[in-house]
Design a protein around this ligand. Structure first.
Ligand code: FMN
Ligand code: MN
Length: 489
């Protein structure tokens, strides 16, 4: 189902037993972070702070903080349902129609996408219930100061909408915004992101709209690593199986999702660069102060009763683990379009996603692992991968114990590790210089004779099926019960 408001998603979470309302007037200055951090690390529920101290509007946090809630945000039981829908679509689009039924299937699939995916313009929407053109102020929003050394309060879940100044193509990205005063914020679009590109090519000030809240599916879409020219709102329409409804801004030609809780309209002047940060970041460290352009607010529109969505980032695991998990699952079928040998892919949240990419492949030729590493370093935002581990298809890459065992036992470091260089994530602090540094690929697949390995690879140890079945049969008589580690499963 597609949510028509953030409020509706909150109600859904409540029905699922996945939300806790907090009436205590917790302080958006640090205190909410401490509460939220404990709940996130304890794998607890979404939190709706009904009356943050000093504010009249509620603050929602940890709404995406479990696989179940992330799936609910996208209107599915599990993220794999989205991956399967995508696989099915790709499968039908790629198959040459052989029968009339096939043609209808393919046509139907594409027509379905064409009918539901593109956004639709509407004349009015709930995000226009209140329109403030005169002295618009952020001061009614309980913007969190997350960590003690943060440069100020930060908006952490914004959908930043821009259009490419030349092509006119829309982009929606999630870039944090530091509040400087009641009508000015920072705009932390990092070097490689589309918003930064729009800013670089713009000859002068250009319009920007920032949406807070609304359908949570759109919030996810803003984080998704789509190719630069793919409209996140088209993707969101496909995800929610219903067009995203857009209304025109009051003070620019940009369009914004009508379901938004709050819309900040304004402009960025690329020449007006200001110190942004420090900020306790998703790397688990403070990212240092740097220059970023300022966002000037010219108008604010909002629902009569908006909910302010927020998240805290910091030392993992944090809520964003599940936004990353959604991307890992949803983008796998797309990646397989160009890399069909990829069986599975895992970007552990503990490694801040791109620092470690574990990939299992169906190895077909000598050196195949290297082909996959090099391809991944050439694809979209996965170019930031600092370390890529390649394993054979039989390895469960989501089990860190299994990965550690396979990798350490299968690797001769000098032979199997490839060092190369490439772009680094904006926030990486480990390299000699910012943005550019080294990368490591590890070929942890079974080595073949054709790769020069002539000693014969050892066999895995496995009990015979006959004995396993026999022990299954007598297990209850042994009185050992179910084991905590699931060893008898
Ligand atoms: C909670 C959260 C906060 C984020 N903050 C930023 C940020 O401040 N700056 C940034 O460039 N990317 C940030 N990102 C990552 C981008 O949203 C992500 O790379 C996205 O794909 C960028 O979209 P684009 O390719 O359209 O630029 C954040 C992601 C999440 C989940
Ligand atoms: Mn984009």
């Amino acid at each position: 189902m597609a949510f028509s408001s953030l409020e509706q998603f909150v109600q859904r979470l409540e029905q699922m037993g996945e939300l806790k309302r907090i009436s205590y007037p917790a302080d958006p200055h640090l205190e909410i972070t401490e509460i939220c951090d404990r709940v996130v690390k304890g794998r607890g529920p979404a939190l709706l702070f009904e009356r943050p101290k000093g504010y009249d509007i509620p603050l929602l946090t940890n709404a995406f903080g479990s696989r179940k809630r992330m799936s609910a945000a996208l209107g599915v039981d599990d993220l794999e349902d989205v991956a399967r829908r995508l696989e099915d679509l790709i499968g039908r689009a790629m198959r040459m129609p052989r029968t009339l039924g096939d043609k209808v299937g393919l046509g139907g699939a594409l027509l379905g996408v064409a009918a539901t995916a593109p956004p639709r313009k509407v004349s009015d929407g709930p995000c226009k219930e209140v329109i403030v053109r005169n002295k618009p102020s952020l001061d009614f929003i309980p913007i969190q100061t997350c960590w003690p050394d943060d440069g100020g309060p930060f908006i952490t879940l914004p959908l930043v909408i821009t259009r490419h100044p030349v092509s006119g193509k829309r982009n929606v990205g999630m870039y944090r915004m530091q509040k400087y005063d009641s009508c000015t914020t920072g705009m932390h679009w990092q070097l490689h992101k589309s918003g930064a590109e729009h800013s670089r090519v713009s000859p002068g000030p250009f319009p920007v709209a920032v949406c807070l809240g609304g359908d949570p599916c759109l919030t996810y879409a803003a984080t998704a690593p789509l190719p630069p020219d793919v409209d996140e709102l088209l993707f969101a329409g496909w995800l929610r199986q219903k067009p995203v409804e857009l209304v025109k801004c009051e003070t620019s030609d940009l369009e914004v999702p009508a379901t938004s809780d709050i819309v900040l309209e304004g402009y960025v002047d690329p020449a007006d660069q200001r110190p942004e940060g420090p900020f306790g970041d998703h790397t688990g460290y403070y990212s240092p102060q740097e220059l970023f352009p300022a966002f000037h607010i010219t108008c604010i529109t909002h629902r009569k009763k908006p909910i302010y969505p927020s998240t805290i980032v910091g030392r993992p695991p944090m809520e964003d683990e599940f936004l990353g998990k959604a991307t890992e699952r949803i983008f796998l079928p797309l990646m397989r379009l160009v890399l069909p040998e990829v069986v599975d892919l895992h970007l552990p949240a503990e490694a801040c996603f791109h620092n470690l990419v574990i990939v299992s492949i169906r190895k077909k030729w000598p050196g195949h692992a290297y082909k996959v590493m090099n391809a991944l370093w050439g694809l979209g935002q996965i170019m930031f991968a600092k370390c890529i581990l390649v394993v054979d298809e039989n390895v469960n890459i989501h089990d860190p114990v299994e990965v550690m065992w396979r990798v350490t036992t299968s690797v001769d470091p000098q032979r199997d590790i490839l060092f190369t260089r490439g772009p680094l994530d904006h926030l990486d602090h480990s390299g000699e210089r910012q943005f550019f540094g080294s990368k490591m690929g590890v070929d942890a697949t079974r080595k073949w004779e054709s790769e020069g390995f002539t000693r014969g690879w050892p066999r895995d140890i496995e009990m015979s099926a006959e004995v396993r079945t026999r022990v299954d049969g007598i297990w209850d008589q042994l009185g050992l019960g179910p084991l905590p580690g699931g060893g008898n499963a």
